[in-house]
Design a protein around this ligand. Structure first.
Ligand code: CAA
Length: 705
């Protein structure tokens, strides 16, 4: 089989007449450093060095970018061909000057290739980054050793541990790029060829970043470790990166490379990296809907009905994506309040310097407030975002019929009502779909598009394109109670634990040690115990599984909003255990016949999250999700499930499905039939047999369209 990717070779004449070899990494779409590219480098560098006519070398990339790094898809299947660190050593060792001509992104191994070159010339639109930390890895092709030698240990720690790329001007400022030139790929290539030709005969020794040691001035490594322990809680890669950078400051390159190699190996074979690589592909795959061939409709103008927190957040996302937005609320007071909140949010962004005033002015100019439905006439999509009342929603959808142009997508942001019932209010149910944003909509990355049984393929395709335009991680899900994220997370075993003898801090501590940003008790305090407590009290719908929460509500303990809930809060919202709350919980237990318990963290985590896994299997079984990774994406981006576990389904895979089944049965849970089928047939979640089984469930619901 032919190897994926290659390095193209051509000769160019520079302005001073010197002949320069141009080596172009060519592996669509992002020139990842596949075996073909690495082998190509070895051959082409040798060719350029052997050719007496060639005086210098330029390395560049095809397909509108320099290089996105190692080919991540090779990690799981095993690597062949020359290792990247060896290839980069070969580039750096060249006796002829080597210049990187960067146009577009130079990421990960791509940035390390650039660091192996003697000089770096980039276009203004270029970016350089070492994002390996986001894959649970470290820059393992000399990046942890060369970069600190170029820009110092202090800047390198933040650059690598944050994993965010630098824009060209910033990269030049820290010394990563030598020159930034205006213009396109042709301009940067010409500049790099001339630059390389001018360096012929100069001493390139000092330009090799494998010499000497890195400057450690001003770095307190212990402090940095602590900082990233908090910033990237639970992740192992940042600590390994700091270990390598520390090594770059006190030992020579080859010794530092040994540390890098050892740390890289530990990460590469660890569970976190496997889970994060899985998430990298899962995030991208969820936007691809199996069986959907329809083309999306236009998306220039968006109407939003309801100027509350959700509506305002969606308006911000749409305007930031460049769409013209009508924010409609029939109550002028609500509308004014909604617009004021948006302005306040943007004023904060300007204060924090995440946006400039002129960017904000441009965004605000795209949002038109309105109190009348006729303003929706030109919209390509309208999103209803009022509170959860079916009659009100139906009335709004009837109004859409009268004003929206043909083909306009009619979306509802409901988080729990039936899309089909809402669609029944209109004369065009085929245009109706759920666009379930998570709160706050301008911050949370997930969009669940909920297909109703009558949503047309064009409607689905347009809603998927809408999500991508808004830069959301967008998943298509089925029309079931709670859709995916709320449905699966809604069955977590939290109420069983809090009613059954565990105190809030015991449960939270276990959940947070698993990697949840917030344990369930803290989360309830944040959301507000009055939210559903009041509804239950008013409707008399108290259930045995809400006894503790309802007692909290009855005792006026609403959570953060009034300073007392499961915990007590000071005026800076710092929490502490509250003997009063705990006494109340004890009295509820006593009345219910429960006694205080202790459980290990593992038992608590299993009780909390194995039901979530089980519900995930049920969603697949019913054709409500098209693949396990979509469920993981919904939990990671909708509920901050720790990304480095890969989500509940990937976690179940890592633990092993037979073990999961055994534990669920021991807990007295009714396991999903699909999970039992997997165990019986020895299916893994990435096996062909399992994929075929769930595809048929998904397409079964699809064909009912
Ligand atoms: N390896 C394999 N495939 C990659 C890839 C990589 N490094 N980077 C991107 N791709 C693939 C994506 O999976 C996607 O494939 P599909 O079209 O089949 O879904 C395609 O390229 C396009 O990617 P995006 O959809 O993400 O396109 P984008 O334009 O939004 O973003 C990008 C492009 C900025 C390069 C982004 O893809 C990205 O950030 N890539 C990852 C960069 C990275 O993490 N590099 C480090 C790799 S690890 C490493 O290099 C280790 C080392 O030290 C040796």
């Amino acid at each position: 089989m032919a190897m994926k990717g290659a390095v193209q070779y051509e000769k160019r004449t520079a302005a001073n007449g010197a002949c320069v070899a141009v080596l172009t990494m060519d592996s669509a779409p992002v020139n990842a450093l596949s075996a073909g590219v690495r082998t190509g480098f070895e051959t082409r560098i040798a060719e350029a060095l052997a050719d007496a006519e060639v005086k210098a070398i330029v390395i560049t990339g095809a397909h509108g970018c320099f290089c996105a790094g190692a080919d991540i898809s090779e990690f799981a299947s095993g690597m062949s061909g020359p290792p990247l660190p060896v290839v980069i050593n070969t580039i750096e060792a060249s006796t002829k000057p080597v210049v990187a001509a960067i146009d577009g992104v130079a990421l990960g191994g791509g940035c390390e290739v650039a660091l192996g070159c003697h000089y770096r010339v980039a276009s203004t639109r270029s970016q350089a980054g070492l994002p390996e930390v986001n894959l649970g890895l470290l820059p393992g092709a000399g990046g942890t050793q060369r970069l600190p030698r170029l820009i110092g240990a202090a800047a390198s720690i933040d650059f690598m541990c944050r994993g965010a790329p630098l824009k060209a001007d910033q990269a030049a400022k820290v010394g990563l790029f030598d020159t930034v030139v205006a213009g396109d790929k042709a301009a940067v290539l010409k500049a790099a060829v001339d630059f390389a030709a001018e360096k012929v005969g100069s001493d390139i020794g000092p330009r090799r970043l494998s010499g000497g040691t890195a400057k450690a001035a001003g770095v307190d490594f212990a402090k940095k470790r602590k900082e990233y322990d908090t910033l990237r809680k639970g992740e192992v890669a940042p600590q390994a990166i700091i270990t390598c950078i520390e090594a770059s400051t006190d030992r020579e390159f080859t010794e530092g490379m040994k540390v890098e190699g050892k740390e890289f190996g530990k990460l590469m074979f660890g569970d976190q990296s496997k889970a994060l690589q899985y998430m990298f592909f899962a995030e991208r795959q969820c936007a691809k809907v199996p069986g959907l061939e329809a083309k999306p409709g236009p998306l220039d103008m968006c109407g939003i009905v309801g100027a509350g927190l959700m509506g305002g957040g969606i308006a911000m996302c749409a305007a930031e994506a460049g769409m013209r937005v009508v924010l409609l609320d029939v109550d002028p007071g609500n509308l004014d309040r909604g617009m004021a909140v948006i302005k306040k949010n943007y004023a904060r962004s300007v204060d924090r310097k995440s946006k400039t005033q002129s960017q904000v002015d441009k965004i605000m100019s795209l949002i038109s407030p309105s109190t009348t439905y006729d303003s929706l006439g030109q919209c390509d999509i309208v999103v209803e975002a009022v509170f959860e009342n079916m009659d009100l929603k139906k009335k709004i959808f009837q109004s859409f019929d009268g004003v929206c142009k043909p083909g306009c997508i009619l979306a509802t942001n409901t988080s729990r009502l039936n899309i089909d019932t809402i669609a029944s209010a209109t004369k065009r149910p085929e245009d109706v779909i759920g666009c379930h944003f998570f709160s706050p909509a301008n911050v949370m990355k997930l969009l669940e598009n909920v297909r109703g049984p009558r949503s047309s393929p064009r409607t689905i395709a347009t809603a998927m394109a809408f999500g991508q335009k808004l830069k959301k991680v967008t998943c298509l899900v089925g029309n079931c109670d709670g859709f995916i994220a709320n449905r699966v997370m809604g069955v977590s075993g939290w109420t069983g634990l809090i009613n059954g003898g565990l105190l809030p801090h015991q449960i939270d501590q276990a959940a947070e040690s698993y990697g949840m940003k917030m344990g369930p008790a803290r989360m309830n305090d944040l959301v507000g115990l009055d939210l559903f407590g009041r509804e239950r009290a008013n409707t008399g719908n108290a259930k045995p599984d809400t006894i503790v929460t309802d007692a909290m509500f009855a005792a006026n303990r609403y959570g953060q909003k009034n300073g007392k809930g499961f915990y007590k809060y000071d005026d800076k919202l710092r929490l502490s255990r509250d003997p009063e709350a705990e006494a109340l919980i004890h009295s509820v237990w006593k009345n219910a016949g429960a006694t205080p318990k202790t459980m290990s963290d593992e038992e608590i985590i299993d009780t909390l999250y194995l039901p979530v896994v089980n519900e995930g299997f049920k969603c697949l079984e019913e054709g409500m999700a098209s693949r396990p990774s979509d469920i993981d994406v919904c939990c990671v981006f909708g509920y901050n499930w720790p990304r480095y576990t890969g989500g509940p389904m990937q976690w179940a895979s890592a633990v092993g499905l037979p073990k999961i089944l055994e534990k669920l049965e021991a807990m007295g849970e009714k396991p999903s039939e699909l999970l039992k089928e997997c165990v019986k047939n020895n299916w893994r979640l990435n096996s062909k047999a399992f994929t075929a089984r769930i595809s048929s469930a998904w397409s079964g619901t699809w064909s009912k369209l």
